[in-house]
Ligand binder design. Structure first.
Ligand SMILES: [Zn+2]
Length: 514
């Protein structure tokens, strides 16, 4: 990966020609760059497996153009003049992308071209600082065979004869995409938010259009409206949902979400993926993880908001069911011995697409909400979004915002859930003392030693008696002792005890009568 220290890419202007046959492309990229550290004189750009024809550095004051670069097949190095700090770099190149821009037949046998960049595959088709920390605005001019349509991030520029799309908000390179082929485009009801109107379109292969509009995207507008109500304004100019040949089930490209074509063709596409990818526009695209180990800020959030949006549209059981499924998929995963914030996979981000980043990340948000309450939780998320929109954030940035809104120190919470592996496994034993009217409880944390101990300030126990009597009591579990005991008042002889009956905690429990 190109290591870019003090030079920031502000804008990518990419011109690509998609051929009538074969997969060889011609490209020209104009980068606007800004030097942030004086004397930083070498611009390094990722570009894999292409032929570079020319590199020109242009500056306005002093007006000059210079050529000269080295390219080793993976990285272009361009020596910059000592002044000024803002420059343009124009690179012409050609070749057949080994990855990142996939040109070929779709599920219906028609020729299409789709970019698919995550995590660092933009570098296979255009020169870039291919890392989420360096977000930039983008513009794509795409020349395509006759009869094709083109979609990309942002807004279609109607003033040029060529097909040009421009995104005026900085976005990560892993979401900078083009899609080209024969599409049917249907307009859904726009989402209105204050004075802003967000057009929403569904781009599909013609064969799948009626199905897509009426099943998975039936509530595309309502989904955006829920997120606007809970978190804040939609971050981009519009939203396109695009059927594509992405290798992922869905890929949250900023303002132009790409979905895998197979579920359309098989007519098996659900709404969950639409909720997940739409939520990413706020979390992942607008607020981007500064580095890969913090990817739960993207995937954990999108996984949680799939359930939260579902609950807002169809009732709370949607969220409860989704959290139960999230717990099960995490428990049976092979990453329980690793923490969520996992620097061990930084060189291979694809390994971070795991049950820590998705379902356990969703559980961190769910438990945070349970710990600080709905109003501090959503206030905190709104502040976090407003503060880091169009920028990048770390887990500590998120923690700082939440602690401020909740007016409490949550170091213990974030430490145990983000940086400790595993989850609490409680052995709960109980015995009723009829004379005292109390239940005597023994609680042991029996998870592996390497996972450490967990602090659970309020574990709800539900005591059930004969004739339908029930009473609930909260007990605190401390992280300082593996074994603890407690006595709680219960006004009847229980016949059954349930732990965490509402599913508020990520834990496993065994319960036994002493
Ligand atoms: Zn996702």
């Amino acid at each position: 990966m190109a290591q870019q220290s003090g030079i920031d890419v502000r804008e990518y202007g990419v011109k690509i020609t998609i051929p009538d046959s074969g997969a060889s492309i011609r490209g020209m990229v104009a980068l606007t760059i800004e030097r942030r550290v004086r004397h930083d004189s070498v611009l390094t750009l990722d570009l894999v497996g292409m032929t570079v024809d020319s590199v020109i550095v242009l500056s306005v004051r002093p007006r000059q153009a210079r050529e000269g670069f080295t390219y080793d097949g993976r990285v272009i190095r361009v020596v910059l003049p000592p002044e000024p700090d803002e420059m343009w770099v124009r690179i012409k190149y050609h070749g057949t992308p080994q990855d990142g821009l996939i040109i070929g037949a779709n599920a219906h046998g028609r020729r299409v071209a789709f970019a698919d960049n995550w995590p660092q595959r933009a570098r296979f088709w255009f020169p870039s600082v291919d890392h989420p920390r360096d977000k930039a605005t983008s513009g794509f001019v795409v020349e395509v065979p006759a009869g094709w349509r083109v979609v990309a991030n942002g807004v279609r520029n109607a003033t040029t004869p060529a097909i040009e799309w421009d995104e005026s908000h900085p976005i990560p390179t892993y979401t900078m995409v083009i899609g080209a082929g024969e599409f049917t485009v249907s307009k859904h009801r726009p989402a209105i938010d204050g004075g802003d109107t967000i057009p929403i379109e569904v781009w599909t292969y013609p064969e799948d259009s009626t199905y897509a509009d009426s099943v998975p995207f039936r509530r595309a507008t309502e989904i955006v409206e829920v997120m606007q109500r809970l978190i804040g304004p939609f971050p981009y100019e519009n939203l396109k949902h695009v059927e594509s040949s992405t290798r992922f089930g869905g890929m949250e490209n900023a303002s132009a979400i790409f979905y895998a074509e197979k579920p359309y063709v098989e007519r098996k596409m659900g709404e969950g993926v639409v909720r997940h990818e739409t939520a990413h526009q706020w979390f992942g695209d607008a607020v981007t993880e500064r580095d890969w180990p913090d990817i739960w800020l993207s995937e954990g959030f999108a996984t949680y908001f799939d359930g939260v949006i579902g609950a807002a549209l169809d009732g709370d059981t949607v969220l409860a069911n989704s959290m139960r499924a999230n717990a099960e998929s995490y428990f049976k995963s092979d990453v329980t011995d690793r923490p969520i914030v996992d620097s061990g996979y930084a060189a291979d981000p694809i390994k971070l697409l795991n049950a820590n980043s998705y379902p356990k990340g969703a559980w961190v948000l769910h438990m945070l909400r349970g710990t600080i309450g709905d109003s501090a939780f959503f206030r905190g998320l709104r502040t976090y979004y407003r503060t880091y929109r169009d920028s990048t954030a770390t887990s500590s940035d998120f923690q700082r915002v939440i602690e401020k809104e909740a007016r409490t120190n949550l170091g213990w919470f974030f430490h145990q859930w983000l940086y400790q592996p595993g989850y609490p496994q409680l052995d709960v034993t109980w015995q009723y003392d009829a004379g005292a009217g109390k239940v005597l409880l023994g609680i042991t944390q029996r998870q592996k030693l390497e996972w450490g101990l967990f602090r659970l300030p309020a574990v709800t126990l539900e005591f059930r008696g004969t004739n339908g009597a029930t009473v609930r009591r909260d007990v605190a579990v401390s992280a300082s002792n593996r074994e603890a005991s407690a006595r709680v008042d219960v006004p009847f002889a229980p016949t059954e005890v349930r732990v965490d009956p509402d599913g508020k905690l990520l834990l496993r429990v065994t319960i036994g009568r002493r």
